[in-house]
Design a protein around this ligand. Structure first.
Ligand code: ARG
Length: 512
């Protein structure tokens, strides 16, 4: 194979700085040849394999993970009343939808993969040239080494817990076993994603269908109970509503965790067929669908258990199953394992694409932007995200890690909302295929500021300081390796070695 015997890098001769922007929108679906990869001038081309359905499944299947089976307790605890908790669930759906519609504008304006990374890189150009890429770099730094692998690890850990628990009949489950199963889940998901994009999308589609069916079972069970007249708990309405804004904010945190993943398709826009049409459509289909599922599931929970029972339960869905399904309650842990496995698959898929996008811009060693010459999968970047996720399993409690970094996630969601406004000012004349009503990003920007600042102000803990230091420590790498472009001596031969060992080669951005 010519590519492998004579490895070639992007930096050799490929101009990767082609226009970010949408050329006139394509209104028909992209046609692509049968082979998975086309080799042209020494680079490989990624095929657009995601259609509307797979795109929607990437959003829905990652958003619905373990949250809806666990978070309702936190939302009730924070809001104090049934009615306000339902309002918070719907409000979180709207926040996610507004955020995602803003991402739809960005994703159709800048059709590169990498979501926030690509948008911050473009919006950062309002700053002086030397520091323009810093916001994007710091985003990729935190996301690649903490946020994305942490999400992948957490969701796999939920998979591990639910896969093991049924065999322990209420006894304490050994954490080492849970972690072992979780690592197996991570490896399996990574293997699927490394093997083929088509297989990864098929897995995502299958598990999304499975979790929607699981939710349909819970919703139908609830409706039967409501028709039988079990509305006493729902009728409590606003009784005992909390008046404390900070506890209501906590409810939002729990609710928004269940909705996290609404931006997932933006990480892979370069693999989406006809992104100008399919990106906004997948968002407009996926997020309202998830919101409806979450609202109905909560109604179903409240049809069979009181607020007090819900607060006393550690696994809301399991308690619901014991009440409604009787002997069939074993189905619930199966539902949750299916749901978390699918979400882990989506998290791995998008985690890899972010690394790929950042490496292509020179913000990581170039080899991480290479893709497999036959399979078309971003193998080095998938392996990196998997390795970091497995390492995250080792310390005791990754859930607290996510607590201290979720403010960082909202910091970057907020920055991306600001990017919508900045790009409107900087590039007023570039045609927008989709234009989000300005109020939506503004609202999400205000909410993100609140979600970033509230926990720090209410409970100033030293860990937030460490997390901030970690974010800024990215500059220690940025200044020498990106700013001053210092080359590492052994990187070239190492890159050649990895290129030959993994059969990967450079690819470049192909406008739709
Ligand atoms: N919302 C999901 C859940 O309820 C978690 C999503 C993880 N986020 C992500 N970007 N992979 O479990």
């Amino acid at each position: 194979n010519k590519l492998l015997t004579n490895p070639r890098r992007l930096s050799d001769d490929v101009d990767n700085s082609q226009s970010f922007f949408a050329s006139p929108p394509l209104l028909s679906s992209n046609t692509t040849s049968a082979s998975s990869i086309i080799i042209e001038d020494g680079t490989v081309k990624v095929k657009r394999k995601l259609g509307l359905l797979s795109g929607t499944a990437l959003i829905v299947g990652t958003m619905i993970g373990s949250g809806i089976f666990i978070s309702p307790k936190g939302v009730i605890a924070g809001t104090g009343s049934v009615a306000l908790s339902l309002i918070v669930w719907v409000a979180c759906g709207f926040i996610s939808l507004f955020g995602a519609l803003a991402y739809a504008e960005l994703g159709t304006l800048i059709s590169k993969s990498g979501a926030e990374y690509a948008y911050l890189l473009e919006a950062g150009k309002v700053f002086p040239k030397c520091c323009a890429p810093i916001p994007a770099f710091l985003f990729s730094w935190v996301s690649i080494f903490v946020l994305k692998p942490c999400l992948f690890a957490v969701i796999s850990l939920s998979f591990g817990i639910y896969a093991v628990e049924p065999f322990y009949h209420g006894c304490e489950v050994p954490m080492s076993l849970v972690k072992l199963i979780s690592v197996l889940c991570i490896c399996l998901v990574a293997a699927v994603n490394c093997h083929s994009v088509t297989l990864a999308t098929k897995v995502q589609n299958f598990f999304t269908m499975a979790k929607l069916l699981a939710i349909a079972v819970i919703v139908m069970g609830g409706f039967i109970m409501i028709f039988k007249g079990h509305t006493e708990y729902i009728n409590e309405g606003f009784e005992d509503t909390s008046k404390n804004p900070s506890s209501i904010a906590l409810a939002f945190y729990d609710g928004l965790w269940a909705y996290d993943g609404w931006n997932n398709l933006n990480y892979a826009t370069e693999e989406l067929k006809n992104p100008y049409v399919n990106l906004p459509r997948a968002i407009m289909l996926g997020i309202p669908l998830v919101t409806l599922c979450y609202l109905l599931t909560n109604l179903s929970y409240l049809a069979v258990m009181s607020k007090e029972t819900l607060l006393a339960s550690n696994a809301v869905a399991a308690t619901w199953g014991a009440e409604v399904l009787g002997a069939a309650a074993v189905l619930i842990p199966i539902f949750v394992t299916l749901s978390t496995f699918g979400a882990a698959n989506g998290s791995c898929f998008t985690g890899g694409r972010l690394i790929y996008a950042a490496a292509r811009e020179g913000h990581l060693p170039e080899v991480f932007s290479y893709i497999h010459v036959k399979k078309g999968t971003p193998l080095p970047s998938l392996l990196l995200t998997t390795a970091v996720a497995i390492m995250m399993m080792i310390p005791g409690d990754i859930f607290s890690l996510i607590d201290f970094f979720s403010f960082a996630a909202w910091l970057f969601y907020g920055a991306t909302m600001a990017a919508v406004l900045i790009l409107r000012y900087r590039l007023p004349d570039v045609p927008r295929v989709y234009r989000v009503p300005t109020i939506m990003p503004v609202l999400v920007l205000i909410i993100s500021c609140y979600l970033v600042l509230a926990p720090i102000i209410q409970q100033p803990r030293i860990e937030f300081f460490y997390a901030t230091l970690f974010i800024l420590s990215g500059l220690l790498f940025y200044i020498p390796f990106v700013g001053l472009k210092i080359k590492i001596k052994y990187l070239e031969p190492l890159t050649t070695f990895i290129q030959c060992a993994l059969e990967v080669a450079p690819s470049r951005y192909e406008p739709p």
